[in-house]
Each structure stands twice: as C-alpha cells, then as structure tokens.
Write a protein that binds this ligand. Structure first.
Ligand code: 5GP
Ligand code: MN
Length: 331
C-alpha cells in the first residue's frame, strides 16, 4: 500500500534539487556528537543518492556510537573526507562549528553549501538554507527531499530515516510530533523499516554501567526554583566505567519530574569542557539560553558546551536559566 504524505506542508527549497542534480562529487556532513537523527538523516540520504551516478561521501567528525551500529551502511561514514567537492550538504546542525572539520575544510572557497536543518536556533550559514522548525526531525526533511527528487526509498534508507524520527521524538512522545510525522513514519515502515528493532536498539536498551552512573547522578540532583539539575563528573564516569558517549539521555528523565519546568545535566568532559543538556516542559523554552551560551537546539531540547571549572559553568547556566524563566513567566 502506498500513501502520499500531504505535500502542502513541506517547505522544500526548489534550489536544492537543482544544485544536487548539477553536482558530481558531493560531501554530506552531519554534526559532531552524532545522535540518531544526525546519523539516520546522513545514511538515509546516502542510500537514496546511490541511485544517482554521483560520487557521494558521507562524513561525521566523531565516531558513530555503538547503539547505531545496527544501521545499514554506518561503516561508510568517514571522519576525514579526502579531496575537493562541488557541493557540500550539512544535516541537522544549527551552526558551522557543530559540523566540525569536514564542513570547515570542504566549504572553503566558492563551493556551494546547502544547510538542511530543523533547529529554531539555525544561523543560516549555508549558501542555501532550508530550515523547517515544524519538522520533528531532519529525517522528515530528508524524506521530503527524496520524494521531491523521485529517488528510490529502499528498506535501508527507510530504516535510517525512521531511526532519525524515532530518536528525535523519543518514540513519538515529544510535543513537536505531528500527524505528518506519523504519516511519514507509516510510509517508512511500508518501505521496510522495522520500528520495533529501531525502538529496541535506540530507546529501550542501555548498559548496566550507565544505569549505575544515572543512579549516582539522580542522587545528587538539586532543585533551584523550577529548575531540576544534576551533574556527571569525570570521576563518576571512571568509577562506573562508562565511556565518553554512554551517558546521554538522563536529562530526559529529569524533565519528567512534575515539579520541574526546566531540567539540566552538566557533564564534565576532557580539557575543562562542560557539556550542558537542557530540557523544558511544553510552554517553556531553553533554546534561547542555549543559543546565548554558544549552543543551540529546540524550545524543549537544547544544549551547549561551555568551558569550566564545573562550578563556574553551573552558576553561569543556572543564572541565565533563572533570568529566562522570569522573563517567560512575565510574557
Ligand atoms: P541533546 O541534549 O540530546 O544532546 O541535544 C538536544 C538538542 O540540542 C539537539 O537538537 C542538539 O542538536 C542540540 N544541541 C546540543 N548541544 C548542542 C551544541 O553544543 N550546539 C548546538 N548548536 N546544538 C546543540
Ligand atoms: Mn534533529
């Protein structure tokens, strides 16, 4: 059964298919610390573009976290693309820093660049910028592009794109999930994507060590006005044996507290860097504070990385959030 998704709500910039059609060697880059939407959008577009006779290089400056190793084709993603390109496409990133060195090297000079993203904080840093904040995932936009270009949607592309949608909506639970999101997901399942496999691999499983780490972080959480916050230190990670990438997602649990309108997790990284994960209840916004602190995101889910020491970063972020909450309550 085929079902067409209402085209009226798609905002695809018509320049994008034109630029892609006229290019020969295309670099597609996704963001550092890649999540399911970053990797799913990259691979989904990569699989669909195989039908063209073009040379397509997929890149991400960071390695692909193991929960996404079930995705077909992830080993084709390179961290250091070689040579020059006549078109560069950036996916799911609101600023150029977030696309890392592959973007920065390849986009120098006169090379046209396309930005495809759904973050409200997008800085429109490409030659052509297609930013649709109504899309629950960049993977929805990649789906629109594939349809508009009449590229084939095989089961590999469908699996990768559905992974993007499932992870960015946390299983169709976020407030930006729309009927269109579900309609696209239906088409992806009909094209062969296994929703159950994706949900199991990306949402329902984590190592025991991560739960032990979360246990420590949950026991140190603190409430400040309506902000529930917690910290993951290097020492906690060493004690539990959790590596760099394995501690994500805790902030989603914090925001489930009835008493919290905002949740924050501070994670100590190497070289005095503090990663800040932010969440807000529907009706509240953390994207503006994230943007002001050099990061970005969505109204209900955003983040940034600040320099330490830890206590200084915590005070800076919590003070900014308190001020922002005060303004949001007034307006
Ligand atoms: P998460 O907390 O799941 O890592 O990120 C939530 C949202 O904020 C995602 O949409 C992610 O792309 C965005 N985000 C997180 N950290 C940063 C950052 O350092 N810079 C930017 N631009 N966006 C970020
Ligand atoms: Mn996304």
């Amino acid at each position: 059964m085929t079902r067409d998704v209402e085209p009226a709500v798609s905002s695809l910039d018509p320049q994008i298919p034109k630029l892609i059609k006229s290019a020969e060697r295309i670099l597609i880059v996704t963001h550092i610390s890649p999540d399911g939407d970053a990797i799913g959008s990259l691979l989904g577009l990569g699989w669909a573009m195989r039908a063209t006779e073009k040379e397509i290089i997929l890149a991400c400056a960071d390695s692909i976290p193991s929960p996404f190793h079930f995705l077909p084709g992830y080993t084709y993603i390179t961290r250091e693309p070689i040579g020059s390109f006549d078109l560069v496409i950036g996916l799911d990133a609101s600023d150029p820093q977030r696309l890392g060195t592959p973007w920065q090297r390849a986009s120098q000079g006169q090379v046209p660049t396309i930005v495809i993203d759904h973050h409200v904080t997008n800085l429109a840093f490409g030659t052509v910028n297609w930013v649709d904040t109504r899309a629950a995932a960049t993977a929805e936009m990649v789906f629109d592009l594939i349809k508009a270009m009449k590229l084939p949607l095989d089961h590999n592309a469908a699996t990768c794109l559905l992974c993007g949608i499932v992870t960015d909506t946390r299983g169709f639970r976020t407030s930006n999930t729309t009927p269109r999101t579900l309609a696209i997901a239906t088409q992806l399942m009909e094209a062969g994507a296994d929703l159950n496999l994706i949900t199991e691999q990306t949402l329902n499983r984590k190592p025991l060590a991560v739960l032990r780490l979360w246990g420590m972080a949950l026991s140190n959480m603190q409430m400040r006005n309506q902000i529930l916050w917690s910290t993951i230190t290097q020492k906690m990670r060493e004690e539990t044996g959790v590596n760099e990438n394995g501690d994500g997602g805790l902030v989603n649990t914090l925001i489930s507290a009835n008493e919290a309108n905002i949740a924050v997790v501070f994670t100590e990284r190497e070289e005095n860097q503090i990663e800040v994960g932010l969440r807000a209840k529907p009706g509240f916004d953390v994207s503006k504070v994230a943007l002001a602190l050099g990061g970005g995101g969505h109204p209900q889910a955003a983040g940034c990385t600040n320099s330490g020491p830890l206590e200084v970063a915590q005070e800076r972020v919590l003070t900014a959030l308190e001020e922002s909450l005060g303004q949001q309550e007034k307006s």
